[in-house]
Ligand binder design. Structure first.
Ligand SMILES: Cc1cc2nc3c(=O)[nH]c(=O)nc-3n(C[C@H](O)[C@H](O)[C@H](O)COP(=O)(O)OP(=O)(O)OC[C@H]3O[C@@H](n4cnc5c(N)ncnc54)[C@H](O)[C@@H]3O)c2cc1C
Ligand code: FES
Length: 281
């Protein structure tokens, strides 16, 4: 059992959990994730390790309520326990000193850039972070990102905070302003990562993305998380989650992310109905 030591509501439908997990905290590296099961009958939910504190034996995850399992998780509180937290999984992000790096985080993809930016800066890079969300209240972890960045740019789709537009527009602006960039790293919704990739492609700026396909076993056995990268099939859970953005077949990834959409809708409706009638534990 893994205890939730602290829960924070960061924004409507975005929750942060501090979880006691000394073994994972000891081994975690930037870019890795865990698989969480709420109880013994629960689905396996892959979630990025947004922070790890080895001395305290804790990890932090930030979730966006998207469907049945994440809504269920979002209703837990400090003092509750999770039946399984498995990890750290996936390959750690390759850290190298390339001069200037731009870390781009969108929505719930903002917290995962925190350990990346920190690690990349520690080895000598100048780190520019671009974070964005639909609207002001969904811009999360701005102070934490600022604490590990040399510059932070904020965008909102509706212009309620920071510059109006997408994170990819801000990146384009920086590049057109003459910034020499050694690497761009993007984490967020697949459409956002594809847009970032298209911005950097003409300039041949090395661009990495952290992919989030549907996963089931997260051990490389089931094949559900497969993506095409440079024409080769890769399993994101064991070969990734980081890949060269310019080689990723984003259209295939987007269509595979939608394959269970009807089942997901039904599962959420059933969960909400049980919750409404007080039939959930
Ligand atoms: C490596 C990785 C890291 C992730 N990190 C985070 C994170 O830090 N914070 C966060 O909020 N979300 C993260 N996700 C996405 C998160 O796992 C899904 O939102 C969650 O599993 C959805 O489950 P659900 O039952 O709530 O929703 P569902 O209704 O089942 O699905 C909602 C949407 O989530 C996606 N999804 C569904 N099942 C899975 C699954 N088993 N694996 C992956 N995606 C799925 C689908 O695209 C689907 O359309 C990550 C996914 C991966 C693969
Ligand atoms: S989730 Fe099964 S192979 Fe990756």
């Amino acid at each position: 059992m893994y205890e939730i030591l602290k829960k924070q509501n960061l924004a409507p439908s975005i929750k942060e959990f501090l979880i006691s997990s000394p073994e994972i905290a000891r081994k975690a590296q930037p870019g890795q994730f865990v698989v969480v099961r709420i109880d013994e009958r629960g689905e396996r939910i892959p979630l990025t390790i947004a922070e790890y504190e080895r001395d305290k034996g804790t990890i932090t995850i930030v979730i966006q309520e998207a469907g049945k399992s994440t809504y269920h998780l979002g209703r837990l509180d400090s003092g509750d326990t999770l039946s399984d937290v498995i990890g750290p999984l996936g390959r750690p992000t390759h850290m190298q000193d390339v001069g200037t790096v731009v870390c781009v985080g969108g929505g719930v993809g903002i917290p995962p850039i925190y350990p990346l930016a920190r690690g990349l800066r520690e080895i000598g890079n100048r780190v520019i972070s671009i974070i964005g969300a639909r609207t002001r209240e969904l811009v999360i972890w701005e102070d934490k990102i600022a604490s590990v960045s040399d510059e932070v740019h904020v965008t909102t789709d509706d212009g309620s905070y920071g510059r109006k537009g997408f994170v990819s527009n801000e990146l384009q602006r920086l590049i057109e302003g003459g910034r020499e960039l050694g690497l761009v790293f993007a984490v967020g919704p697949t459409l956002m990562m594809r847009a970032v990739s298209e911005v950097t492609r003409p300039y041949k700026i090395r661009t990495m993305v952290s992919l989030n396909p549907i996963m089931v076993d997260a051990t490389g056995m089931c094949g559900v998380c497969r993506v095409s990268v440079g024409g080769e099939t890769k399993f994101v859970c064991v070969d990734g989650p980081d890949f060269d953005a310019h080689q990723v077949d984003f259209n295939q990834l987007l269509s595979r992310q939608r394959i269970y959409i009807q089942e997901e809708k039904k599962a959420l409706q059933r969960y909400n109905s049980l919750h409404k009638h007080g039939k959930l534990k």
